[in-house]
Design a binder for this molecule. Structure first.
Ligand SMILES: NC(=O)c1ccc[n+]([C@@H]2O[C@H](COP(=O)([O-])OP(=O)(O)OC[C@H]3O[C@@H](n4cnc5c(N)ncnc54)[C@H](O)[C@@H]3O)[C@@H](O)[C@H]2O)c1
Ligand SMILES: [Zn+2]
Length: 365
């Protein structure tokens, strides 16, 4: 059963649509071009049953399906996985009109995107994100990538898909922590561009965490619209796309220092609180902004503080962040909710003060 379906347009040069709805997994095959004789269906283990059903539907139209289950977690985003996929594509004599379909979280959409971008210098890609984080972030905007020994996402390309299909029903198997992690990115979209997202979260923080609630679906659609608008204006991150990194300078440092054991959205939540303190200390925003951050993030169960005495380590990690140019700390900060600016050089003294208040007792870790 499909209820109403929403479509959101993305992209200026190679436009595509994001479809959001319940039960829309059954419509993925409609996005495959008429000339595609073969479909490479990449998926993660929790999606095995859904992948089998999708493969059945695709092959019923006479197409050959090459299924490919990747290792779970970040191990799915490596060169050896890509090399195995290239071998399978070669053996299947995969041509330029054939299609890659990614079914899974951000790892699946990132690696499948990279495979689609590189095979024959680019074959059609359809992404079917199945985690909240992938729906509101990873699957939209055309960034693809893999991890290397030197770090995460260091190899990749900009390669927009032909279509994105978000079936909100698949989120029912996500655990609450994963939903909270995805919500951090949606709340980020609220802070940088659409305060309406924050209003929904404020009004019903419990319902917003429930995958069966229409409120979560509203939040997903609004967050996708924010990302769609930003990447349509600036696909290659020359200008406005940088605002999507709100909270991420500090978040990437936390992830590094924590050995990538923290869920991404949890690190982003702490990163946004940190950024709000930086903005407040610099006199850029109202002094009530940090409290607004802590309140809304803690309402959905996200952390809002961090451990003291780790600033040296974190600063080192911030300096190697590829989004930082040289050794100065470049951060996205808010003048007010919905009004972000990129500050090219945040003084170390401000970082120290912001870290101190972030880690003060009662901060909410
Ligand atoms: N390209 C981009 O713009 C972009 C943006 C943000 C994040 N990312 C990337 O996305 C990745 C993180 O995404 P993620 O959090 O989705 O990670 P993930 O793909 O590893 O998924 C998290 C876990 O959820 C499982 N899973 C997937 N769908 C499920 C479902 N419906 N029910 C239950 N379990 C399910 C996965 O198998 C995995 O174990 C990172 O690698 C990050 O670098 C990319
Ligand atoms: Zn993020």
């Amino acid at each position: 059963m499909t209820d109403h379906v929403t479509t959101i347009a993305v992209g200026a040069l190679s436009p595509y649509e994001v479809t959001v709805g319940r039960g829309v997994l059954t419509t993925v095959d409609r996005h495959i071009g008429p000339q595609a004789a073969r479909v490479f269906l990449l998926f993660q283990s929790p999606l095995r049953t859904a992948a089998a059903a999708l493969a059945g539907r695709i092959s019923s139209s006479g197409r050959e399906v090459v299924g490919f289950e990747i290792p779970d977690g970040e191990a799915g985003k490596t060169l050896s996985v890509v090399a195995e996929a290239w071998d399978l594509l070669g053996r299947a004599t995969f041509t330029r009109t054939d299609t890659v379909v990614a079914l899974g979280g951000g790892v699946a959409t990132d690696v499948a995107g990279f495979i689609a971008a590189t095979w024959l210098r680019g074959v059609p890609l359809i992404t079917v994100p199945t985690t909240l984080l992938a729906m509101v972030d990873a699957a939209i905007g055309g960034k693809t990538g893999i991890n290397t020994d030197a770090g995460k996402n260091l190899v990749g390309s900009f390669y927009p898909p032909k279509a994105v299909v978000c079936d909100v029903d698949v989120l029912s198997s996500q655990d609450p922590a994963a939903i909270a992690s995805g919500l951090a990115e949606a709340i980020k979209c609220g802070f940088i561009a659409d305060p309406g997202i924050l209003d929904i979260v404020w009004s019903a923080p419990d319902r917003v965490r429930d995958p069966s609630s229409p409120l979560l679906r509203d939040v997903i659609e609004r967050a996708i619209m924010v990302k769609a608008n930003v990447v349509t204006a600036d696909l290659h991150e020359h200008s406005v796309r940088a605002i999507l990194n709100y909270g991420h300078t500090f978040a990437h440092a936390v992830e590094r220092v924590e050995g990538y054991r923290w869920m991404h959205g949890y690190a982003v939540a702490v990163g946004m609180v940190f950024a709000s303190h930086v903005a407040s200390i610099m006199g850029l925003c109202d002094s009530a902004l940090p409290a607004a951050h802590r309140d809304i993030l803690s309402l959905v169960g996200l952390p809002t503080s961090y451990y003291p005495r780790r600033l040296a380590e974190l600063s080192e990690a911030m300096a190697v962040d590829k989004k930082n140019r040289g050794t100065v700390t470049r951060m996205v900060l808010l003048k007010e909710i919905g009004d972000p600016v990129v500050v090219e050089s945040v003084p170390p003294r401000v970082l120290e003060q912001a870290y101190e208040v972030l880690c003060a007792p009662g901060g909410g870790l």
